[in-house]
Design a protein around this ligand. Structure first.
Ligand code: GDP
Ligand code: IMO
Ligand code: MG
Length: 426
């Protein structure tokens, strides 16, 4: 079998959690391959709304194997809170959650370093979620990090103390004087809990599951435009959020990748700093934010909102090798008389339809096409045939521009508010 991938094509929060939960019944295994608790993946079903940060979005489906891959960074403090909340809801994580021994740990001092680094940047700050993601991946690539498997070793405490001492030197350099004890609250309890969980050599497990004919869905976190290599650097996260990250974050060879589902909102949002060509820092953006409830699932920060950006989508479809598209949240634009979609950029006096090297210091001005808006019925949309003609035109236009089929349209946060545009997904 091959592993399918589902990932976000914009700046995150495209609705990955919802759609992974919807697709989970079709798979045996759901696996996270990168990122950490900077992610906030929201699932809604049977009147429950739940946000996952580290745990794959297949966790509510009994009998599905959920794997946290080696490419993920785990904060034991946040992780324990997630596990406790799931256990309270009756989810038996001992049966269906497995953690790679090679996943790296986020230490309390990584969170402190994240805060210190952001403070030192002042106005230039990244707008990090402050979950310690950057410092933890820095220690991974700097070959200083601690991994989940290390907690089983007798000298773990000594290694932890050694790394904390190193971090303390850096914190002194930054004049960061907050108390370590405050950041360490819950650390030991988290570590003790992880010791009791299913720790695996996930690369062997996943390949062996695929060999046995089991189906795997890899769940992306963040969005492709936050990728460390291809996003608007330095306003990015610290992992490869694109399809290639699945190979390194799970130990799957490129030849084992099957379908790549690219998920995008009918408009765009971004949390944190960095360029956002189609941003509507005005009444339109405010309206979208209100109607789409665009506030960060992890930090609660208001999300910046703007029109759909086709050059950006073309770029991320290319990077990811997207084979099928999924659109979310067109319901949020219901009631707009007209809407806009960016078809190109004016850059250096010319119209282009690609993402230039540097949009941090050089401005790109969007070229828009205006289209008729749509209004959805008050009691929701339950069938593809109920979609207003204007919304169908919008989807057809996007599909034609992007040259990839839109197979699913999500029209609300609930599991049930999902329409199959391709009968294969009915
Ligand atoms: P993720 O990080 O990609 O999993 O997305 P988030 O959970 O951070 O943000 C998506 C938000 O939109 C969540 O509050 C979802 O419940 C909600 N959502 C997902 N799909 C839809 C949709 O089609 N329509 C509406 N109105 N909300 C949606
Ligand atoms: P999900 O998986 C949206 C953003 C932060 C910041 C930048 C770097 O829910 O889509 P970091 O904490 O990684 O150092 O922050 O990336 N960011 C996200 N934005 N959704 C996310 O995850 C994000 N994870 C990080 O706001 O701009
Ligand atoms: Mg999110």
């Amino acid at each position: 079998m091959k592993a399918d991938v589902l990932l976000g094509l914009q700046w995150g929060d495209e609705g990955k959690g919802k759609v992974v939960d919807v697709l989970a019944p079709r798979y045996d295994v759901i696996a996270r391959f990168q990122g950490g608790p900077n992610a906030g993946h929201t699932l809604e079903f049977e009147g429950i709304k739940h946000v996952l940060h580290t745990i794959p979005s297949g966790i509510f489906h009994p009998g599905k194997i959920n794997i946290i891959g080696n490419g993920v960074v785990i904060d034991p403090v946040i992780f324990k809170k997630e596990i406790d909340a799931l256990t309270k809801m009756g989810v038996d994580i001992r049966k269906n959650l497995f953690i790679s021994r090679k996943a790296h740990l986020i230490l309390p001092t990584h969170r402190m370093l994240d805060a210190a680094s952001e403070l030192s940047k002042g106005k230039e700050k990244i707008g990090s979620t402050l979950k310690g993601i950057g410092p933890s991946y820095m220690d991974k690539t700097g070959r200083n990090g601690l991994r989940i498997g290390d907690i089983e070793h007798p000298d773990f405490q000594k290694r932890y103390d050694g790394l904390v001492a190193k971090h303390n030197e850096l914190l002194t350099f930054h004049n960061f004087n907050k108390s370590l004890a405050d950041f360490e609250a819950g650390w030991s309890e988290g570590i003790e809990l992880i010791k009791t969980m299913n720790l695996i050599d996930s690369e062997y497990e996943i390949n062996s599951l695929l060999d046995k004919g089991m189906s795997v869905l890899a769940e992306g976190a963040q969005g492709s435009l936050l990728d460390i290599d291809f996003g608007s650097y330095p306003f990015v996260t610290s992992s490869n959020t694109v399809t290639a990250g699945t190979c390194t974050g799970l130990g799957i060879a490129p030849s084992r990748i099957g379908e790549v589902y690219g998920i995008f909102k009918a408009y765009c949002t971004r949390v944190g700093s960095g360029p956002f060509p189609t941003e509507q820092d005005n009444d339109i953006g405010e309206l979208i934010r209100k109607s789409g409830n665009e506030f960060g699932a992890t930090t609660g920060r208001p999300r910046r909102c703007g029109w759909l950006d086709l050059p950006a989508l073309k770029y991320t479809i290319m990077l990811n090798g997207v084979t099928k598209l999924i659109m979310t949240k067109p319901d949020v634009l219901s009631g707009f008389k007209t809407i806009r979609v960016c078809t190109g950029y004016i850059y250096d006096g010319h119209e282009i339809d690609r993402m230039p090297y540097d949009i941090v210091h050089n401005e790109v001005k969007p070229v828009y096409k205006e289209m008729a808006g749509w209004t959805l019925p008050d009691d929701g949309v339950h069938d593809m045939n109920q979609l207003p003609a204007e919304l169908c035109d919008y989807i057809n236009f996007i599909e034609k521009e992007l040259n990839v089929p839109v197979v699913i349209v999500s029209v609300g946060p609930d599991r049930k508010e999902t329409l199959a545009r391709d009968p294969e997904f009915a």
